[in-house]
Design a protein around this ligand. Structure first.
Ligand code: NAD
Length: 505
């Protein structure tokens, strides 16, 4: 057993997940840190998933009648447990997803934040009172619990995405069945152990929060089951295009959080010190494996050379290596196909006429790589045009640079891709900033000024347009997706007037 495996097992035991391993299990948990096996687990059969959904549905029927502020107690307890165990859960995220320690901890902090938000929300799930056109009548809206929410999540935010969904769903009065990525099984079991403990502490039904393990076939059971009125799926656009038609075929609801191809415009007036810092964090943080990672810089021709030179210099100082080392800024890619996709895209970009400014290779041990892990040197490629490879999402630290002369041209380049998640402009010119944020500006769900594309706070609604899927999670009024709205008309008069003045007697 490797050191990482031993440590992962200690953490699971500490978090109350016991020993979930089975030597003959078909699912292999591995660590991107060094490619080592952490342990084997047994996948859920379709029959087991079916039974899990049944249990969750029964729990929902009980939970929906608990007053929302009381439901908030459960999420408050979950937040407390996360706060208590932040350090070790963050470490497990680093071991299993390869995030640097600070980002592993940041992900758990995001879970705590959404729990706090959801607790406050548990007293604010209110609808409108609406003026009726009829005398002696009143109209109002109520928001009721929806049912079982199926959560399908990606490897790169192995715990936060579940919490964004679960915290809101639980205060909304729903039950949650979670199918985590097959690449991040242990962090899911750790979260589930904490959720189960929170249920125990407040006396909520245990089946309110459950995890099913497996690959896409397990996800498909959730997708097809009519007892799951909402499927919240986070992952690639390829996955979303498979899930959405199946859920639509049974007229269920989907909340899709899919791939991004995020860009930043850098205008002539930009504060370049700030722009360089924002760009580097967004492009190489999490080794470029965030849905909001910055993949394209669209820079004004007058400052192109200076920006590229500064970025190249900053890239030269990045420490690559084990995400568990405190000094590391760039950890590993998740697996071998991810490295192949990175190297292939760098090669294609050069074949399209791009100039490789820096990086673009596997990292060797001299540059910090750990044997067995997939470590690469973050790349910048200066492109003559937005070719097909630039329009694709390559889930790795690969940044393309494009040049523009007029802002309209920059916005057109920006919006030319199929994805629409996050965007930014670096400028000190209020006209440019407001144009970028306007209806004729960025077509993304997230548009920032003078900060990068990644690192969203939980208070805002998170999600994107076009092939990013259109879903919104987390803050603002994203909670409405987890509830059903009823419109009520109440007649307190002795007459029965009909709407629109219709006579019927
Ligand atoms: P992926 O699409 O390979 O897998 C995501 C999840 O979907 C996994 O749990 C997988 O088992 C499941 N799945 C795949 N096909 C399915 C199907 N047909 N039916 C049911 N379930 C299915 O994605 P990944 O490689 O784990 O994650 C990276 C991708 O996720 C990137 O494209 C990234 O941009 C995206 N992502 C988006 C967001 C967002 O909020 N927009 C957040 C994180 C990641």
């Amino acid at each position: 057993m490797t050191d990482l495996s031993t440590r992962a097992r200690q953490i699971l035991a500490e978090l109350g997940a016991g020993d979930p391993f089975a030597e003959d299990g078909g699912l292999v948990a591995t660590s991107p840190v060094d490619g080592s096996e952490l342990g084997r687990l047994v996948a859920h059969t379709p029959a087991a998933v079916d039974a899990t959904i049944g249990g969750a549905h029964a729990a929902f029927e009980e939970w929906r009648s608990v007053p929302a502020p009381v439901r908030g107690h459960l999420v408050r307890e979950l937040g407390e447990l996360l706060r208590e165990h932040k350090e070790v859960l963050g470490e497990l995220v680093s071991i299993e997803a390869g995030k640097i320690r600070s980002e592993g901890l940041g992900e758990v902090q995001e879970m705590i934040d959404i729990c706090e938000f959801a607790v406050g929300l548990s007293r604010q799930l209110h609808g409108l009172t609406i003026a009726s056109e009829r005398p002696g009548h009143r109209m109002m809206e109520q928001w009721h619990p929806l049912g079982v929410v199926g959560v399908i999540s990606a490897f790169n935010f192995p715990v936060a995405v579940w919490s964004w969904n679960a915290a809101l769903a639980l205060v909304a009065g729903d039950a949650v069945v979670w199918k985590p990525s097959e690449k991040t099984l242990l962090t899911a079991l750790a979260c589930q152990a904490l959720a189960a403990e929170a249920c125990r502490r407040v006396g909520a039904p245990q089946a309110l929060s459950q995890v099913v393990l497996g690959d896409r076939e397990v996800g498909e059971v959730l997708v097809d089951d009519p007892r799951v009125p909402l499927v919240s799926a986070t992952g690639s656009t390829r996955m979303g295009k498979q899930v959405a038609p199946r859920v639509a075929a049974r007229l269920g609801r989907c909340l899709l959080e899919l791939g991004g191809n995020n860009a930043a415009v850098v205008a002539p007036s930009a504060d370049l010190d700030l722009a360089v810092r924002g760009i580097v964090f967004s492009a190489v943080g999490t080794a470029g494996q965030r849905c909001t990672s910055l993949r394209r810089v669209i820079v004004h021709e007058s400052i192109h050379d200076e920006l590229v030179a500064r970025l190249s210099k900053a890239y030269g100082t990045l420490s690559i290596g084990s995400p568990l080392e405190p000094s590391t800024l760039v950890g590993p890619l998740v697996d071998t196909p991810a490295t192949e996709a990175f190297l292939g895209a760098v090669e294609q970009a050069q074949a399209d006429g791009g100039r490789l400014v820096t990086g673009g290779t596997r990292a060797d041990q001299m540059s910090g790589a750990v044997t067995g892990g997939q470590y690469v040197v973050p790349a910048i490629v200066d492109m003559p045009a937005q070719t097909d490879v630039v329009k694709r999402e390559t889930f790795a630290p690969l940044l393309y640079v494009l040049t523009y002369a007029e802002l309209d041209e920059a916005i057109a380049l920006h919006n030319e891709v199929a994805q629409g998640l996050s965007s930014a402009i670096f400028t000190l010119d209020v006209r440019e900033a407001e144009t970028f944020l306007s209806a004729a500006g960025s077509d993304c769900g997230i548009a920032n000024v003078n900060i990068g594309t990644s690192g969203a706070e939980i208070g805002g609604a998170f999600g994107g347009e076009k092939e990013t899927g259109g879903g919104r999670e987390s803050g603002s009024d994203a909670w409405k997706a987890y509830m059903r709205r009823t419109t009520n008309t109440i007649n307190y008069s002795t007459e029965l007037p009909l709407a629109q003045g219709v006579e019927f007697q």
